[in-house]
Design a protein around this ligand. Structure first.
Ligand code: ADP
Ligand code: MG
Length: 240
């Protein structure tokens, strides 16, 4: 579903990604862990074309993301992205945040988009808050609305960048529960997270990013119990 090979990205003189390789199979959940500054967000942003990699190859399905003929906006619709800071449209209700993309970008009728949005509101547990403006929602509710908004575009895969890092502790679980549900439904996902317990539980594979590369990748039990690389061991000894 997603294949990245030798992805390099620099910002001026700063080389942030130094050849990232990752393949994600359909239905697979890969959790990306690693220290702050190791390049996790940059890599996710390269995967959905928000950031243009300098070299390497990225395939979304069969579509080469970096080929000049590829329509990046179209491709981006195939990947749902959820950020730490929700990024909802503050002047729109939760429901209207969810219907906007399908109406504007997919030409869906309002009625059809709303029917689907109500289904998604139920999925993320926001049926009773659908008409609320973002400022009236808690952080956990905002993030669940952001997930519903991403799902409304019927993405083939979802990318999460620290979806619970901006939340008060008591709201982390309600967001993780939604992501668990998506995993059970077979959604392909790449999740950057500092929630190690969650990563261990939900991931098919855990990738440890260090200094712009995927330093070690493997099944969660192996990564958390028997990491092979010294850098992985050092990182885990600090966060576990
Ligand atoms: P992580 O998500 O693992 O914390 P990031 O991908 O956000 O890491 O950042 C990796 C490095 O790239 C950091 O040193 C950061 O300062 C730098 N960086 C990220 N985005 C930009 C940018 N737009 N311009 C310049 N430097 C950036
Ligand atoms: Mg980041």
């Amino acid at each position: 579903m997603i294949s990245a090979r030798g992805v390099h990205k620099s910002f001026g003189p700063l080389e942030v990604l130094k050849g990232v390789d990752l393949t994600v199979e359909t239905g697979e959940v890969v959790c990306l862990i690693g220290a702050s500054g190791s390049g996790k967000s940059t890599f996710l942003r390269c995967l959905n074309g928000l950031e243009r990699a300098n070299s390497g190859e990225i395939l979304i399905g069969d579509t080469p993301l970096m080929a000049p003929e590829t329509d990046i906006d179209k491709l981006r619709q195939r990947l749902g992205m959820v950020f730490q800071q929700f990024n909802l449209f503050n002047h729109l209700s939760a429901l209207d945040n969810v219907t906007l993309g399908p109406i504007r970008l997919k030409g869906m009728s309002k009625a059809e988009a709303e029917a689907e949005a109500w289904r998604l509101m139920a999925l993320v547990g926001l049926t009773d808050r659908a008409d609320a403006m973002p400022r009236m929602l808690s952080g956990g509710q905002k993030q669940r609305a952001a997930i519903a908004r991403a799902l409304a575009m019927k993405p083939e895969a979802m990318l999460f960048d620290e979806p619970t890092s901006a939340l008060d502790p008591e709201m982390v679980r309600e967001v993780l529960d939604v992501i668990r549900k998506l995993a059970r439904d077979g959604m392909t996902m790449v999740i950057v997270t500092h929630e190690m317990g969650f990563a261990r539980e939900i991931a098919d594979r855990v990738a440890f990013m260090h200094s712009g590369m995927i330093h070690e990748i493997g099944p969660p039990d192996q990564i958390f119990e028997a990491p092979r690389e010294q850098r992985t061991q050092e990182f885990l000894s600090k966060v576990l």
